[in-house]
Design a protein around this ligand. Structure first.
Ligand code: ADP
Ligand code: MG
Length: 582
């Protein structure tokens, strides 16, 4: 990298202006970008209190000589850009010359940098004013320590979120750069705990395993195609593995994670109708394109880009992903012949229901499925028309193994069995959590769950809430936990899946800055939903009766915790009107 120079005003005016420092994660982003631009082979990031107390980024890159180091703290000083022509084809992550001065202006800043092993320069600044410059012993590379971000701008400090939320942003930022640069080693420590340890590796697949765990990595299919000078490489999840989290999809352009409507659309188009609405397959795609064909100078944080021929990029990304997916997912015509994910899911749950019946003699208690008769109720069954006195709803039949047809004093009631059960579990569970006596089920064999860096960071802060929810979990190394017990009502749900889903829910709820009891309700809702009987699940008449009785004992038998209706009524009056008896 050449010498640092201050950009002339003409050029400065051409650069997208705006704040680069918003929160600790933005400091991490800018410093890591600088380390990568300095061709570091390893970068270590240390944060305390989610980065609010301290962010340290240390690299073994090119470092700076004393004069450059001093100049780098001036506004619009950069070694990466000289002329307007350079701006049209930027190959580095940075170019605005604003990060270091902006960060130094709002923190206690310490930079130690050396262009060769032996000695280097240390510069200390407070709120943007240099307070000391020293010659120090140092190895080649640069270490920047940023303490007390916004300590001098209380109005902005106030807007920082709680440590765990800020940490989640930091973890995500580091994960993104780690994914994009497998040949650089990354370490992330929070309060001394190693959340990510990713030594340099040869390929992206190994890096994905380091960041997201082997389990996810094993499920991805490789993507690789080059067309009209646009190279698209990476990995994509299969439609059946799609999950609820939108942030599972990442598209990088020339090593930079971008959020771009065209690219998001291209990813969606690759999957077409193979994925149910609201579900998102994991996607990690790296687009490489001649820098002159992409304008990164659109947004101060450089998260948006503009392509010269965006439809070419769109189609290249879409086709690269689509052709990697099994069964030619994006070929139109064919889509209609393949079973849709819904149909597949339905078949799977029918198979599961059949399997349950096959083993009906096993002494495993199944909610509402066991009881006097083991045969599934059907409309042909003889109905017990006797309605108990009082308000009791009595089941007449189960329709499509999914809806309970019942009658009560006012007429007919149609009940969605899944949401009904969800409501029952939700209220009982929430009450038990609040009382502090959730019934737990010990696992026969304790389960070890390997977390991703993000999950581990999150779990650290949510552990007490998980304990209250009836999960007996102990740390097991830096990034794994040992699960000994789960809430008894959820024992049918695969325990690791349950914990992961709840963690994901916690992440989303925390990101929306909600109160603890809101978080608890969300987690209880999610657990109830996962444990509730599904549709396409045959119930015995006794089971239906108990479910109805349980449902009408809840506070709100008409809507599920997600807000969906549980029951649908047809009053005697409406029936009589329909038949012109009134
Ligand atoms: P930009 O990255 O846009 O050039 P910055 O304010 O981030 O602006 O950095 C200013 C200059 O300081 C860079 O152009 C680079 O020359 C130098 N610099 C910053 N961080 C490092 C680092 N970690 N290693 C070597 N040089 C660095
Ligand atoms: Mg920079």
């Amino acid at each position: 990298m050449g010498r640092v120079r201050v950009l002339d005003d003409n050029l400065v005016n051409r650069i997208a202006a705006g704040e680069v420092v918003e929160r600790p994660a933005s400091v991490v982003k800018e410093l890591v970008e600088n380390s990568l631009d300095a061709r570091a082979s390893s970068v270590e990031i240390r944060v305390d209190e989610g980065g609010k107390r301290r962010v340290v980024v240390a690299d073994d890159g090119e470092g700076m000589e004393r004069d450059d180091a001093l100049l780098a703290l001036e506004r619009h000083a950069t070694s990466k850009l000289r002329s307007i022509e350079d701006l049209a084809a930027i190959g580095t992550l940075g170019f605005r010359g604003e990060a270091l001065p902006s960060i130094a202006a709002v923190s206690r800043f310490l930079m130690r940098t050396a262009a060769r092993d032996g000695y280097g320069t240390e510069i200390e600044a407070r709120a943007g004013r240099i307070v000391a410059v020293r010659e120090v012993e140092a190895r080649r590379g640069t270490t920047i320590e940023v303490g007390g971000i916004f300590f001098n701008v209380p109005a902005r400090r106030k807007f920082l979120r709680a440590g765990p939320t800020e940490l989640a942003h930091v973890v995500r930022t580091v994960a993104h750069y780690a994914l994009a640069h497998p040949s650089v080693g990354f370490v992330l420590l929070h309060e001394g705990r190693r959340l990510l340890d990713a030594p340099r590796v040869a390929g992206r697949a190994e890096r994905i395993a380091q960041v997201h765990g082997r389990e996810l990595a094993a499920k991805l299919v490789p993507v690789g195609q080059e067309r009209s000078g646009i190279r698209v490489q990476g990995f994509a999840g299969r439609p059946v593995d799609a999950g609820p989290r939108r942030d599972a999809q990442h598209v990088f352009v020339n090593g930079r994670l971008v959020s771009d409507r065209v690219l998001t659309h291209a990813v969606g188009a690759a999957y077409g109708d193979t994925v149910a609405r609201g579900l998102h397959p994991a996607v990690l795609v790296f687009v490489e394109i001649d820098p002159s064909r992409v304008d990164v100078n659109v947004h101060p944080q450089k998260t948006e880009v503009r392509f010269d021929r965006s439809s070419e990029v769109h189609d290249a990304v879409r086709d690269a992903i689509a052709s990697a997916l099994p069964a030619a997912a994006a070929v139109p015509g064919l889509a209609d012949l393949r079973p849709t994910p819904y149909a597949q899911a339905r078949e799977a749950s029918i198979a599961a229901a059949l399997a349950r019946h096959a083993f009906a003699s096993e002494p495993v208690p199944r909610p509402y499925a066991e009881g006097a008769s083991t045969a599934p109720a059907s409309l042909l069954d003889e109905t017990s028309a006797a309605v108990d006195p009082g308000r009791r709803a009595v089941p007449l039949a189960q329709y499509k193994d999914s809806y309970i047809v019942a009658q009560d004093r006012e007429g007919l009631v149609l009940v969605d069995q899944h949401v009904a059960h969800e409501r029952v579990l939700y209220e009982r569970y929430l009450e038990a959590v609040e009382r502090g006596d959730v019934e737990v089920q010990r696992l026969l064999f304790p389960l070890t769950i390997e977390f991703t860096a993000e999950e581990a960071a999150l779990f650290e802060s949510e552990a007490p809430e998980f304990a209250r929810l009836g999960f007996l979990i102990e740390p097991f190394g830096d990034r794994a936990v040992k699960l000994d017990a789960i809430p008894a009502f959820a024992k049918e749900v695969p325990a690791d899946k349950l914990v992961r889903r709840l963690l994901g829910e916690a992440a989303q709820t925390r990101a929306a800055a909600t109160a603890v009891d809101e978080l608890r309700r969300k987690l209880v809702t999610s657990a109830a939903c996962q444990a509730a009987i599904k549709v396409n699940y045959p119930l015995t008449r006794d089971g239906m009766q108990r479910l109805l009785d349980d449902l009408f004992l809840t506070q709100n038998p008409t809507t599920c915790p997600h807000g969906r209706p549980i029951l649908f009524r047809l009053s005697l009056e409406e029936i009589e009107r329909a038949f012109r008896r009134r």
